[in-house]
Design a protein around this ligand. Sequence first.
Ligand code: AMP
Length: 112
Amino acid sequence: MSDCLFCKIAAGEIPSNKVYEDEICCAFHDIAPQAPTHFLVIPKKHIRSVSEITADNSGVISHIFQVIAKLVKEMGLESYRVVSNIGEQAGQSVFHLHFHVLSGRDMTWPPG
Ligand code: AMP
């Protein structure tokens, strides 16, 4: 999508601090980290949010979670949180599907 920030990051048109990239997804550090480790994993193809996951595109989700498992292992993270905000009330500010991976501090439940 031409006016989507994360499509531009995925395409390399806007710089980011990438930690991983393949043909399906990429991962990069959040610009406003909420924990000592905070990176985002996104599909390269534009999907607006979890609400748009279907049988046709769900393969990318299992791939993303395999990538998350690989990255946290490589980073030596044993405890971490994976979050996806869906819709403005839940805190979604970028309308391109992304999974936050947060680690390195005590976390509370329920989230605020
Ligand atoms: P959400 O609010 O759940 O939609 O998450 C969007 C996240 O994208 C926020 O945590 C922002 O800090 C992060 N973000 C926004 N712009 C950038 C950027 N240019 N590079 C990296 N992260 C960004």
